[in-house]
Design a protein around this ligand. Sequence first.
Ligand code: NAP
Length: 524
Amino acid sequence: MAAEREHEHVRVAVIGSGFGGLGAAVRLRRAGVTDFVVLERREAVGGTWHDNTYPGCACDVPSHLYSFSFAPNPEWPRNFSGQEHIRAYLERVADTFGLRQHIRFNSEVELMSWDPEELHWTITTGQGRQLTADFVVSATGPLSDAKIPEIPGLEGFGGKVFHTAQWDHDYDLRGKRVAVIGTGASAIQVVPAIQPYVEKLTLFQRTPAWVMPRADRKITRLEKLLHSKVPATRYLRRQLLWGIRELQVSAFAKHPNVLGLLEKLASSHMKRSVKDAGLRRKLTPEYRIGCKRILLSNNYYPALAEPNVDLVASGLKEVRGNTLVASDGSEAEVDAIVFGTGFHVTDMPIAHRVKGADGMTLAEKWTGGMEALRGCSASGFPNFMTVIGPNTGLGNSSMILIIEAQLNYMIDYVKKLDALGGKVALDARPEAVNAWNAHIQDRMRRSVWNTGCDSWYLDANGRNTTVWPGTTAEFRNVTKEVRLEEYEVRRAAAQGSAASSRTTVTGAAGRGSATAAFHAAEEG
Ligand code: NAP
């Protein structure tokens, strides 16, 4: 780890060391930029895959697609690998690509302010440490800050309370009466994982989810061997997984009625496990499949059919002592509450800590809704980009594809700054951001995400500011380069007044060797 210095200046500061931050670090090094730091609030890499350790936590995008193109892993154990394998993969990425020297652990960003005179960002992290950076890559991700709803009486609850993303492994749920709140992707993994050993599980379901079968299985030794010895097989597998998902996009984004066919599949999936017609009625959604994220599980419905599980088809409204009260008046006395209530996605706390050119925070800028040119650049926030920014999320494919596309944009951004020369900044033009956003919102009108359900894709104003309404190939295309006409070029009044260590972007330095080393490590 590099030593903290007073008045330290870096070319690039990357915030977060999840997939986005580690990917940014790899791409910067491969482009010959070594003067950068990765600021990570935790004590280890992984981001959301470090934080989410709840029982049953796994990814519902196949691992051969949910991994970096430049760090393939022939050893993925399952189609849908568990959290511990994904976290371990990210640790190996950090090691193999020589990223640890750049990472500052336990460095939570408290404030980032743009200095319009010096044309750099001043970043204050925990313990009041400060550094400045020419360019900031905010890779904090949308699933990083757990959300617990304000429930009257919760503070008076005498039992244990935690969120799925903050699992307390020291608290033993065995033999306890446990309430799980929510039926999103996290909760439906927790329920079957803990149902066998809790005394009683009460699930508070405000809105039922559409749940499809999960084509999960172990990846055989033969497949692993093939993927390791014949890389083309690995590549083909990834391309197939990718292609199938690209073909689905038109139904989600333009022809939601076609998705009705999936509802039949999901309904018969439920029927196979839930014999009680009354329970099936409670579990059947009344919105078009895909409007909320489609969930994949083979063990959620069987768990709900077990005698120690009660489904309360109503949201949690109030807590009275140790009794949980639902909106429909049902009550359950419990020892522990597990909130699977999601994350601050459209109101991410980091936005309150970023101050742009006119002193306004990103949160203030986004009062009317998040928006950023090509998902990367908010106007008034020069030399700053978001990885998994506004309208970059996917409902059906791998976010790693989006992240890698944004990292192409990042490298071109840094190259463009180099080419302009001197102390320089690029600030997205408001009209370019508006045009981009109007185009996105116009496309959104026909999509399944706007068919009337309430979901975390929508912000407080009811606008979808999270999902990308196109294919990943299209996103890659629109982020392949920074178009200078979409930015204002700002120059420092007094050139060279700040201590700047400028590294010229050189191209693909070290590309082959690090990727080869990753393969070797995997094969070993
Ligand atoms: P989420 O999808 O936002 O789900 C939150 C759940 O909490 C919803 O069911 C919501 O109900 C419910 N809720 C909120 N307040 C409630 C209340 N007072 N009473 C009862 N229920 C309440 O959060 P998440 O499950 O953590 O998933 C977030 C995202 O993380 C996913 O969509 C996915 O992108 C990612 N993720 C992926 C995986 C995977 O790959 N398998 C696993 C976990 C997470 P309403 O529907 O009524 O709002």
